[in-house]
Design a protein. Structure first.
Length: 259
C-alpha cells in the first residue's frame, strides 16, 4: 500500500533489451520533498530506470505510479505536464540562444495561447508574454543566473550550463525533478554551486531524484539512497547505512560492468 506521503512508486519494473535483462522487478518508493539518490556501478540500470520514469522507454513489466496514477505508456510531454521533469547526462540546451531565452522557451511551453494570438499580438498574448518574462526573471534570480541572462548559453562555463539545464527543467513547474549525473565533469567549486541549487529547489518543495557517480556529492545531498546492481535493487537506506552495507561495498569493489 502506498504511504500517504509517497509521491512516486516504482513497482516491479522490468526492462529487457534483446534478451538482456536491464532491470528486474525494481521496487522503489519516493516520499514527497525527499532528495533520493540512485547509485550503482556502470551498467546497473540507473539511466534505463530514469528513461522509463520519464516516458522515453516502455518497461516490459511493472508500473510507475505518480500520486497513485500509473504513468507507464504516457508520452514524455504528458508525463512532464503531470509533474516530472528531467535533465540528461549530455547537456541539452539551446546554445545559440541567450540564457533568458532558454528559460522563456521552457516557461512558455506551459502557456495556453495560440500561435495566431501571438502573431496578432492580442491583449491575451501580451499578458502571456509579460507573465513569461516575470517568471523567467524569478527563476534566473533564484538560481543565481540573472547576471548571465543576456549571454549565449553556449558561452557559459560548463558548470553554469549544467545549472541552466536544471533551471529549464524546473521552469516547466514539476513536482519531481530527475537529475541524471548532474555533477559530471564539474570541478569542486561548480559542485558546491550545484549542491546549493539542488538544496534551493528542494526547499521550494521539489522532490529530487538524482543518479550520480560522485559518492561524496550523493552522501552530502541525499536523505535516502537506492542501490542498483546488474538491474536489481540490492540495498536502500540512509547515506550512513549505505556506506556500511556489505552488498554495496562488494558491488563497487567488484569487477566494473560495461555501460
Amino acid at each position: 500500500m502506498i504511504k500517504i506521503n509517497t509521491i512516486l512508486e516504482i513497482k516491479e519494473i522490468c526492462k529487457n533489451f534483446a534478451g538482456l535483462k536491464a532491470l528486474t522487478n525494481v521496487n522503489i518508493k519516493i516520499e514527497r520533498r525527499e532528495i533520493r539518490g540512485i547509485i550503482g556501478p556502470n551498467g546497473s540500470g540507473k539511466t534505463t530506470l530514469f528513461n522509463i520514469m520519464s516516458g522515453i522507454y516502455l518497461p516490459n513489466g511493472g508500473g510507475i505510479y505518480l500520486n497513485k496514477g500509473n504513468i507507464v505508456g504516457l508520452r514524455p510531454d504528458v508525463i512532464n505536464k503531470r509533474g516530472i521533469a528531467r535533465t540528461f547526462q549530455n547537456i541539452k540546451i539551446f546554445s545559440k540562444m541567450t540564457i533568458l531565452e532558454n528559460i522563456m522557451v521552457a516557461v512558455g511551453s506551459k502557456q495556453p495561447v495560440s500561435f495566431f494570438s501571438t502573431i496578432l499580438q492580442t491583449k491575451k498574448a501580451n499578458k502571456w508574454e509579460n507573465e513569461i518574462m516575470q517568471e523567467s526573471e524569478t527563476i534566473l534570480t533564484s538560481l543565481k543566473l540573472w547576471d548571465y541572462r543576456n549571454s549565449l548559453a553556449g558561452s557559459l562555463p560548463y558548470g553554469k550550463q549544467r545549472i541552466l539545464e536544471i533551471a529549464r527543467a524546473w521552469s516547466t513547474n514539476p513536482t519531481i525533478l530527475l537529475l541524471d549525473e548532474p555533477g559530471a565533469g564539474m570541478n569542486r567549486q561548480e559542485k558546491k554551486e550545484l549542491i546549493a541549487v539542488i538544496t534551493t529547489l528542494n526547499k521550494k518543495g521539489i522532490t529530487i531524484v538524482l543518479v550520480e557517480h560522485d559518492m561524496k556529492l550523493v552522501m552530502e545531498l541525499t536523505q535516502q539512497i537506492s542501490v542498483l546492481d546488474s538491474g536489481e535493487l540490492i540495498a536502500e537506506g540512509t547515506p550512513r547505512e549505505i556506506s556500511n552495507n556489505q552488498k554495496v561495498i562488494e558491488a563497487y569493489l567488484g569487477k566494473e560492468k560495461t555501460a
